[in-house]
Design a protein around this ligand. Structure first.
Ligand SMILES: [Zn+2]
Length: 496
């Protein structure tokens, strides 16, 4: 089919509208004038908004954007965090070393840095193997390997594994319908599909939200019905037989994510008859560890007590090196401070860079920050987190009042040249670590990256440095820095 240009569709539509309104007005008395639709009005900012962004501030924002787009500071930092330090699971020596490294680097930039102590869980992966040992029309003596990885916090099977029948369900309702008798002693597989079409159409996080419920709550639900172990279809969009780990609510049974291809295999064989699996998972829960949030201030010259947070999280899963989740977010935030210092731009309000600890396994870092600073949240003007990868930025998800979004129109103009203009109102806090601040009324921003391929790699062994495109990382650094400096230096603080 020949493609119809969008413009053609739009102009035809408008012509039809005009025709129909002309014929209506012939019959009816004139209507009250309607406001000019957005497509017909020239972009305008109100007088109040213009006063909030004097010309000197707009020039500074442009200079910040240009400086960030022409610098590889963030890339050098993300390379160090991922390749020299490596995977940074909560409680690991690498996570702690990463906090110390980021603190040192931010001190080098001249920031006032502290390491805030956080007590974190420490769970370590062990052996993880599985094979189907009985299935319809099995060749005698054969087995079929299942590719899997333990979910965070999983308990252990016996050292030499366990063998049990597998029951496959697509939904929690199906599990409930089976009941205790058909679930007890079995390995339950939750086979909820990740909706790749949603991801391809730009709704990757909606697809993730639908599927991840089974990773989060499935093992506990299976354990409650007496299951011996729980498996979930990996929450990811890759087609390379790759398992994706992640957080799961504590359950007293071993739990793992299997590759999507193996979930299909088990579902197909189960439809034909009995399927038995031998499963070995030997992770260990070690004593809690001391770790750190990095909190680094560039003190405001006029309103030091007013704080604008830029942030990402330092901890990662252990399978890859946590490049897109979320070393990228940390270095994007670090670069905001680096650019301001390089350009000798002093923020009027305090810019606070935070590298959060333990986003992936319970949010101990965010909780520790809230415990210490909740009384100060009324002075937190805004909080930004980047935790959706490093691909081309489209703008920001925003949890705030409409007035706050309106007040930021000049930021959209500055970011127009890199396409990061979206200020999308959300009903949920747009970042796990800034959730408590957002719930306390602090305007919250999540850097919105192109998420189409994010879940190919997310929480898998393939989350590595090569997935970050240097020019796209620079665009992200520019978007974060421009918004952050606007928030620190607009005349009136962002309205709540
Ligand atoms: Zn993350």
């Amino acid at each position: 089919m020949t493609k119809v240009p969008r413009f053609f569709i739009a102009s035809t539509f408008i012509a039809l509208l005009l025709l129909s309104s002309a014929s209506l007005s012939a019959q009816n008395p004139p209507q009250t004038p309607q406001p000019t639709p957005a497509w017909a009005s020239s972009p305008q900012t109100s007088q109040a908004t213009q006063q909030n962004f004097p010309p000197i501030l707009l020039q500074q924002l442009s200079a910040i954007k240009t400086a960030a787009l022409n610098d590889d500071y963030a890339y050098r930092q993300v390379a160090h965090l991922t390749e020299n330090i490596g995977p940074r699971p909560s409680g690991s020596p690498q996570a702690r070393a990463a906090a110390e490294y980021v603190a040192t680097e931010l001190r080098k930039l001249g920031l006032d840095v502290r390491l805030q102590q956080v007590t974190v869980p420490h769970w370590v992966r062990g052996a993880e193997t599985a094979a189907l040992v009985e299935y319809p029309a099995m060749v005698p003596g054969a087995t079929q390997k299942i590719v899997l990885t333990a979910l965070g916090g999983s308990t252990s099977t016996p050292t030499d594994g366990l063998t049990a029948d597998v029951v496959t369900v697509d939904t929690f309702d199906e599990l409930t319908a089976l009941g205790h008798d058909k679930v007890a002693g079995k390995i339950v597989l939750f086979n909820e599909l990740f909706d790749k079409q949603k991801a391809a159409a730009g709704q990757a996080f909606a697809a993730y939200g639908e599927a991840v419920r089974y990773r989060g709550a499935g093992p506990k639900a299976a354990a409650d019905l007496g299951a011996a172990a729980a498996l979930v279809r990996s929450v990811g969009s890759a087609d390379y037989r790759l398992p994706h780990t992640g957080f799961s609510f504590p359950a007293p049974i071993p739990a793992a994510a299997i590759a999507a291809e193996d979930a299909d295999l088990i579902a197909h064989l189960s439809a034909q008859g009995k399927v038995r699996m031998h499963l070995t998972l030997t992770p260990q829960k070690l004593p809690d560890e001391t770790s750190y949030n990095v909190i680094a201030d560039l003190k405001g010259s006029e309103h030091p007590e007013q704080i604008v947070v830029v942030s990402g999280h330092l901890d990662s899963w252990d399978l890859g090196t946590g490049a897109i989740d979320d070393a990228a977010g940390v270095v994007i935030a670090m670069q905001t401070a680096e650019v301001l210092q390089r350009l000798h731009l002093r923020p009027a309000r305090t810019l606070r860079v935070i590298a959060w600890m333990d986003e992936e396994t319970g949010g101990a870092g965010s909780k520790a920050y809230t415990t210490e600073f909740a009384n100060d949240f009324p002075h937190h003007v805004a909080a930004i987190e980047s935790d959706a990868g490093a691909a081309h930025p489209l703008g920001f998800d925003v949890k705030s009042s409409t007035a706050a979004i309106d007040a930021l129109r000049p930021v959209q103009s500055v970011l127009q040249s890199i396409g990061a203009t979206v200020l999308e109102p959300t009903t949920y806090p747009p970042g796990a670590d800034i959730e408590a601040m957002s719930n306390a009324g602090v305007p919250a921003f999540g850097l919105m990256q192109d998420g189409r391929t994010y879940f190919n790699y997310h929480h898998s062994a393939a989350d590595t440095l090569d997935k970050i495109v240097p020019t796209e990382l620079r665009e992200n650094a520019a978007a974060m820095a421009v918004l952050a400096y606007a928030l620190t230096n607009m005349k009136d603080p962002l309205p709540r």
